[in-house]
Design a protein around this ligand. Structure first.
Ligand SMILES: [Zn+2]
Length: 124
């Protein structure tokens, strides 16, 4: 089988994290975001068991919250249903920069938004 994702050239990609079963790397196009990353399941399959999906999402969320999106105050993880990438389960996360070229499309995509910092409230 000739699948480019099964044999990613690790020197050519901007890879942030590799574990036994996932790889987190920059997406090919940044679409005007400072941060746009993909969490890719390394094994050639589109289907994950609910338990595996839960564990993988947990790992990806932790990476996004504690490390990757620390430069901003919100980001979202987009559902993969409309993806064009064949062969591998994956999800994409990006910051919610209103000036990004896909911001309108993001608003139409099923997603989970994360607010990392809540404004301090003054109490008198
Ligand atoms: Zn593959």
């Amino acid at each position: 089988m000739d699948c480019p994702l099964c044999r990613i050239d690790e020197r050519k990609e901007k890879i942030h994290l590799i574990t036994r079963d996932i790889m987190i790397l920059d997406t090919k196009t940044m679409k005007g975001h400072k941060g746009r990353v993909m969490c890719l399941y390394r094994k050639h399959t589109k289907k994950l068991s609910p338990a595996t999906r839960k564990r993988v999402m947990e790992e990806f969320r932790r990476f996004c919250i504690t490390y990757f999106f620390s430069y901003t105050d919100s980001f979202s993880i987009h559902r993969d249903e409309f993806s064009t990438i064949p062969g591998h389960w994956h999800v994409v996360a990006s910051d919610l920069d209103k000036k990004a070229e896909d911001y309108r499309q993001i608003l139409k995509t099923p997603r989970t938004e994360y607010r990392l910092r809540i404004k301090d409230v003054e109490v008198r």
